[in-house]
Design a protein. Structure first.
Length: 341
């Protein structure tokens, strides 16, 4: 089945899972608007607290459309699932490991044009490239400053969370979740690599992005025009999750790879960002929450991928990481995002 058909069925499957009424795009945006730029088509809890081939289907930290039309879903427990794009049912699972055979704290996922998987781990941090069967093929260089302390200035569990290929497929971008020691607490670094003629990736420019106070960056996805969708997320005990979606533009930002601390000199330009929506403003669509939330639709949203585009509208799929916790849910969200100029 063609990829485009799979993507259409994916949204239809999510809509069916939430008993949404079939309406036209304009009407759906009005009825399910989160903001003028974002609407929600539906959600699915179909995979919550399930197993496949004795592997827990949860802890989801990244999503990507695979070359065979399936949906690749990465668990931070080092499992890579291929899901049916219509039903979300698992088709296969591949265990991933480092050079010593140890499981990863896997967080970011990219499916390269040749079908190989680029996977980030926040332990060191690292980015490794795997074959279709999960065989380790390559490991990318990482700047010393981005390594976890004491080797570098990054804090544990605060490194490479988001991973995306920019248009053209030659530049890879990874987003740090939190700031480095010595940098302003709201300023995180986005590192890039350029693909070499031999298919490897070499270190390239680095950029700075300012988060909202108290929030980190769990995911980033490149739009077709070279901008970025950036998720910002935080959690407050007794209140719940904050999840905001921004449109960011790195194209005019300063290369910060040579700057020891951020923010630096005044002329150093950060990545521009524009709020698309705070997901607490979305209609709940009948969702329920297992712990306090500002909107019962919300959970620990950590994964994001763009499934299709039409004109200036993107279909975006999100997923939450339940941490194998009874008070959290593995939930998928289908959004429509209208890009602003």
């Amino acid at each position: 089945m063609p990829l485009r058909t799979h993507l259409a069925l994916l949204t239809a499957g999510l809509a069916a899972a939430t008993c949404l009424t079939a309406v036209g795009p304009a009407q759906a945006h009005t009825q399910h608007a989160c903001s003028p730029a974002v609407s929600i088509d539906g959600f699915s809890d179909a995979l919550d607290k399930t197993t496949y081939e004795n592997t827990y289907v949860g802890n989801l930290s990244a999503l990507a459309m695979d070359t065979d039309g399936s949906l690749a879903a990465l668990s931070d427990r080092s499992s890579l699932f291929r899901l049916d794009a219509r039903t979300l049912k698992p088709r296969s699972v591949i265990p991933l490991a480092d050079e010593q055979g140890t499981a990863l704290d896997s967080e970011g996922l990219v499916v390269a044009r040749d079908g190989t998987y680029l996977v980030s781990s926040e332990t060191e941090p690292s980015i490794r490239r795997y074959s279709r069967t999960g065989r380790l093929r390559d490991r990318l260089p990482v700047p010393d400053a981005l390594r976890v302390s004491p080797a570098g200035r990054a804090r544990p569990n605060g490194t490479f969370e988001g991973l995306t290929l920019l248009p053209g497929g030659r530049t890879l971008l990874a987003s740090m979740e939190y700031a480095l020691s010595g940098d302003d607490a709201t300023t995180v670094r986005f590192q890039t690599w350029r693909r070499t003629p031999h298919g490897h990736f070499a270190l390239a420019a680095q950029y700075a992005y300012r988060t909202d106070p108290g929030l980190g960056v769990p995911e980033v996805q490149a739009t077709p025009d070279g901008r970025l969708l950036v998720l910002e997320r935080g959690f407050t005990s007794g209140v719940g999750n904050t999840v905001r979606l921004y449109l960011a533009d790195p194209r005019g930002a300063t290369d910060t790879s040579g700057l020891d601390t951020l923010p630096a000199r005044p002329e150093a330009r950060l990545i521009d960002k524009t709020l698309l929506t705070d997901l607490s403003t979305c209609p709940s669509l009948g969702a329920t929450a297992k712990q306090p939330q500002p909107n019962p639709l919300l959970d620990n949203i950590e994964a994001m991928t763009i499934t299709s585009r039409r004109n200036n509208t993107l279909k975006v799929l999100l997923a939450s990481d339940d941490n194998e916790n009874e008070t959290q849910t593995t939930r998928f969200y289908a959004l429509r995002v209208r890009l602003t100029s």
